[in-house]
Design a protein around this ligand. Structure first.
Ligand code: MLT
Length: 417
């Protein structure tokens, strides 16, 4: 066994009691099964002081603060500050942070030209990843070594919501809205999304509060696919914009941030099929033959309720009733959850609803279309990605290099055609 270049040898297990007890004979003489080398640190095993989660207990904390408490008492920008800088801000620190963000919400007009080159039906996630990557070109000091890391952080936090609204506005055939910096972070995003030049727009506090909760719940989730991508890309010393753009691409997939879009499409399919949830629960149990997959259930880490799902389920009830929205898929989702949780198949496999199960229902009630759901996830996740990128730099992690166990051919002889 080699750890950090030092070799350690262990007594052979051949014929030992351990070998008899655990039938490890098939592992004898093989290499590559135990790997503790540092190259693995940024991917498979990473030390981090940002987010704590206990999958058995269903506990989730940002920098030691419970997510339930933050979601009910804090603003998204306070949580962003906490994640990025490690402590909750004082009033003065918060004012500075917020006003720095307010003064950077505008996006260079030349970025508009890049945006205008995209087909109208380009997916908003592709546009977002591309434009964030393009930001490096507009702020070359970020890779030329004379940049200000904090300024890059503020720019990204400020501009991501602005860019995010562009795809939606254009898909509606509306002119793009400029930021209004007298508004708060969430209110400004909402006006850029929904205000029309022909009428006054007032932000509904119910909508703003719901969005605040959703963004906080999505703000970080330790080493998942997109976060470890951000860390891995950043470990090569790639700049913040390039690293975050890679994270956005990783988030896009239906197994990660794209899952709540899949959930809504699945709920719509069940509705169209008559809403018989028991039938679909059975189909999910026999997915190999039926091909029906239950999206929004189960999690690689949680063997209990995803704590975010509990908060989101309650928020979905509150928001829909306060807004007077009657979305039949909410009842279908609840029925599906109940049927699944009373079914031995799901109980024994510890398959509980996850964060994606109810979030799309709320986004839809807020007027956010399905193809923007993952963009909303990206806006929420941005402070977490930034915090992880910053931590990885500060603790001077080595360049990431995923460990490989070679499974291909042994040496083959080249025979010319
Ligand atoms: C997340 O919030 O990133 C998702 O739950 C995915 C994960 O943690 O693996």
């Amino acid at each position: 066994l080699t750890v950090d270049g030092k070799s350690y040898s262990f007594p052979t297990l051949e014929g030992s009691e351990q070998e008899k007890a655990f039938d490890i004979s098939n592992l004898r003489d093989q290499t590559g099964y135990v790997t503790l080398d540092r190259g693995y640190k940024n991917t498979g095993a990473t030390k981090s002081a940002i987010t704590f989660l206990d999958g058995e207990e269903g506990i989730l904390r940002y920098r030691g603060y419970s997510i339930e408490e933050l979601a009910s008492k804090a603003s998204f920008l306070e949580v962003a500050y906490l994640l990025i800088y490690g402590e909750l801000p004082t009033k003065e620190q918060f004012t500075q942070f917020e006003s720095a963000i307010r003064s950077h919400t505008m996006v260079n007009e030349d970025m508009r030209k890049i945006f205008d080159g995209f087909p109208v039906n380009a997916h908003p996630m592709c546009v977002l990843a591309s434009l964030v990557s393009a930001m490096s070109g507009f702020y070359p000091e970020s890779y030329e070594g004379n940049g200000d890391e904090n300024l890059d952080i503020v720019r990204l936090m400020a501009k991501l919501p602005t860019i995010a609204t562009w795809s939606y506005k254009r898909s509606q055939g509306h002119p793009l809205n400029y930021p209004k910096n007298k508004l708060g972070y969430i209110e400004n995003f909402l006006q850029m999304m929904f205000a029309l030049p022909v009428e006054d727009y007032t932000v509904d506090p119910v909508v703003a509060e719901a969005l605040n909760i959703l963004l906080i719940l999505h703000a970080d989730h330790e080493q998942n696919c997109s976060t470890s991508t951000v860390r891995l890309v950043g470990s090569s010393q790639a700049n913040l914009y390039a690293s975050i753009s890679a994270g956005i691409s990783a988030l896009w997939g239906p197994l990660h941030g794209g899952a709540n879009q899949e959930v809504i499409e699945m709920l719509e399919e069940i509705k169209a099929g008559g809403g018989d949830v028991a039938k679909y629960v059975d189909m999910a149990k026999n997915a190999k033959t039926t091909g029906f997959r239950l999206f929004g259930f189960g999690h690689r880490v949680y063997k209990n309720f995803d704590p975010r799902a509990k908060i989101i389920k309650k928020a979905a009830d509150d928001v829909l009733s306060k807004l007077g929205v009657n979305d039949p898929v909410l009842e279908i989702a609840k029925g599906l959850e109940e049927a699944a949780l009373n079914d031995e198949y799901f109980v024994s496999r510890k398959l509980y609803p996850n964060v994606d199960f109810y979030s799309g229902i709320i986004y839809r009630a807020l007027g956010i279309p399905t193809n923007m759901f993952t963009v909303m996830f990206a806006i929420g996740r941005l402070p977490g990605w930034i915090a992880q990128w910053k931590e990885m730099r500060e603790t001077k992690e080595p360049i990431g290099r995923p460990r490989q166990i070679y499974t291909g051919s042994t040496l083959r002889e080249f025979v010319p055609m």
